[in-house]
Write a protein that binds this ligand. Structure first.
Ligand code: ADP
Ligand code: ZN
Length: 605
């Protein structure tokens, strides 16, 4: 194939007018044989950064990706663009594998997707050595990092690519980018000499909201009904059991919800994932086993019912919302129980002290995000080493939380914990401490004669839930500790400062009615087209749905919503006009052009 110009490939194959952000520079650098390390948020457009150089350079672009379950969809999407793509992984039969290998050797492939563990197989390496390789792309490169949240041992072998193929350019890409991860990727993949491209991590179309947890299921259903009726979204839960329960609960509420976790049989997982990708408006209730590489563009919300373990993980997970750039919601319900649970998990975790300390650092950063009274986005971006301005599109910007002087309240909690220890040699969980403070005569209080303590009933100025908020914030700041088999509270090194009055404690007052933006953001509203164009858009969507079903691919593989919207508003009448719409490349124009023009011309009646 004659060498091609990157801009021309962007236009002809992908149908896009312009590169976004750093894409042009990255594509030109790698096309020219340079190594690159690319940090770009989810939805930033990483794929083009290696797909275009693979088409521009001689030979096959080899893409290393851990996302076996998604390779078929990725390859289908490329084939729909007229790109010759294939994959080698454990899901395929010997015949399919042989066909792919033959195509690779004959130079009939532009892109070959490989799972990292394939490189452990000698025959794969032999195969690669017999072909011509345009570049190596290492997707989800943070999987090489032990600091991060998604370490995969097979990724450690990828540094060998450079030794074996010193002249083939390598491009590593990730959406996870704290300084620690960044450095670790560069070192472990031997990319310290590569050019580093760090994009802004801001995702302005995602509205970040963290609400105090009360009745989490009801809160979730309210959110879905009020703002995301009929929308596709993901609900993350910590445990498999909770995933199943919440999925059942939502289903009983008339919401189409499916479970996904590593304990489900592989065919069930695959079927649920396929439905989420292919059908409109499915809610996936999942553990974090779900989502990496899911490039469904119209996920309108990501909800967390449990506290994520790290800000990195949280940002990855929420980043799956709104890849199409339309308004989307990231919503997290968080409470005292989450702090207790996470601290317990760290206590119970296997691994050495250094490992536990790392987990604790991750959790502390996550708690700081939850408890901040400042812009969530500024806090998130700061975590990734980037500066930002208060965004106006997060809960704390929309309804700035008040702070109050919680020094005395903190002293009451801490001295209750202290007295129990000193006078009775006892420790108790948060529930009992609150009952003592508010002076509640429960059987457990009577049994332990806690009503005889001098602190009994000293805290009637706050309600139970408010005391729990105080305790939650003390735990988050490590002014109080939780541990042991019964998750009992104890003092920390810093508690004394508060008890002695040497340290003031400003506390966040949880808003009574958590913020939400006034506009409705359901699927229909997000599309917001004039009436006539809206009708055309719906006809195009119906056509797309039928075409997708016939070919067994997700609808967005055919065209994205954004492209259909542009077609509906532009109302092209000729193939040439249609070809100018953003997202309509040559292959799709040739394949679908006539059908679209017919759909546009069809009488709506
Ligand atoms: P990432 O892998 O970084 O999460 P993708 O590569 O999946 O992001 O791209 C996100 C979306 O943006 C995709 O739908 C893609 O087609 C679209 N996109 C990428 N680059 C461009 C561009 N230059 N112009 C228009 N759309 C683009
Ligand atoms: Zn903000």
């Amino acid at each position: 194939m004659a060498p091609r110009d990157p801009a021309q490939v962007l236009h002809q194959v992908f149908g896009y007018d312009d590169f976004r952000g750093d894409q042009r520079e990255i594509v030109e650098h790698v096309s020219g044989g340079g190594d690159a390390l690319v940090l770009m948020p989810t939805g930033g457009g990483k794929s083009l950064c290696y797909q275009i150089p693979a088409l521009v350079r001689d030979g096959v672009g080899v893409v290393i990706s851990p996302l076996i379950a998604l390779m078929q969809d990725q390859v289908d999407a490329l084939r729909a663009l007229g790109v010759r793509a294939g994959f080698l992984n454990s899901t395929q039969g010997p015949e399919e594998r042989r066909d792919t290998e033959r195509a690779f050797l004959a130079g009939d492939l532009d892109l070959l997707y490989l799972a990292p563990e394939r490189l452990r197989v000698g025959s794969t390496v032999d195969l690669l050595e017999r072909g011509t390789i345009a570049l190596f792309a290492i997707d989800e490169a943070h999987c090489v990092s032990q600091w991060g949240h998604d370490f995969r041992p097979d990724y450690l072998m990828l540094s060998e690519l450079h030794q074996r193929w010193p002249d083939v350019p390598r491009i590593a890409l990730t959406a996870t980018a704290t300084r620690a991860t960044h450095t670790e990727i560069a070192e472990r993949l031997d990319l310290t000499g590569a050019k580093h491209f760090v994009a802004s991590f801001d995702r302005p179309n995602i509205q970040y909201r963290i609400v105090p947890k009360a009745e989490e299921r009801k809160q979730l259903v309210d959110l879905l009904r009020a703002e995301h009726a009929g929308d596709a979204g993901i609900v993350y839960c910590l445990s498999r059991r909770k995933v199943e329960q919440v999925a059942e609960f939502l289903t009983a509420q008339g919401i189409t919800a499916l479970p996904y976790h590593a304990g489900l049989e592989a065919p069930v997982r695959a079927a649920n994932q396929a439905r989420f990708l292919r059908e409109d408006g499915i809610v996936m209730v999942a553990t974090i086993a779900f989502g990496m590489g899911i490039d469904k563009p119209d996920v309108r919300f990501v909800a967390h019912l449990d506290l994520p373990k790290s800000v990195e993980g949280y940002y990855q997970e929420t980043g799956r919302a709104g890849r199409d750039g339309l308004p989307s919601t990231a919503w997290l319900a968080y409470g005292l129980g989450d702090v207790v649970q996470q601290r317990k998990m760290i206590d119970d975790s296997e691994g050495d002290l250094a490992h536990r300390r790392r987990l604790a650092q991750h959790l502390d950063a996550m708690l700081a995000l939850c408890e901040t009274v400042e812009c969530r986005r500024v806090n998130l971006l700061a975590y990734f080493g980037q500066a930002g301005e208060p965004c106006g599109n997060c809960d704390t910007c929309l309804t700035p939380p008040q702070t109050w002087d919680g020094t005395i309240a903190a002293q009451k909690v801490l001295s209750t914990v202290w007295r129990l220890k000193k006078e009775r040699n006892q420790s108790f969980g948060a529930g009992q401490i609150v009952d003592i403070l508010v002076g509640k005569q429960t059987p457990k209080v009577t049994q332990h004669r806690h009503d005889e303590l001098s602190v009994f009933g000293v805290g009637t100025e706050l309600r139970d839930v408010e005391w729990r908020t105080v305790i939650r914030q003390l735990l988050a700041r490590e002014l109080l500790a939780v541990g042991g088999a019964y998750q009992t509270l104890s003092l920390t090194e810093s508690s004394g400062d508060v008890l002695r009055g040497d340290r003031e404690v400003a506390l966040r007052r949880d808003p009574e009615r958590p913020a939400r933006s006034s506009r409705s953001r359901s699927a229909a509203a997000a599309v917001a087209l004039p009436a006539e164009a809206a009708g055309v858009f719906e006809r195009l969507r119906a056509w797309r749905g039928a075409a997708a079903k016939e070919q067994g691919v997700p609808a967005y593989v055919i065209f994205h919503d954004a492209t259909l919207r542009d077609i509906a508003t532009g109302a092209p009448t000729t193939l040439a006009e249609l070809g100018r719409v953003n997202g309509v490349g040559e292959a799709k124009l040739a394949r679908y052009g006539d059908q679209i023009l017919e759909t546009l011309a069809a009488d709506p009646a």
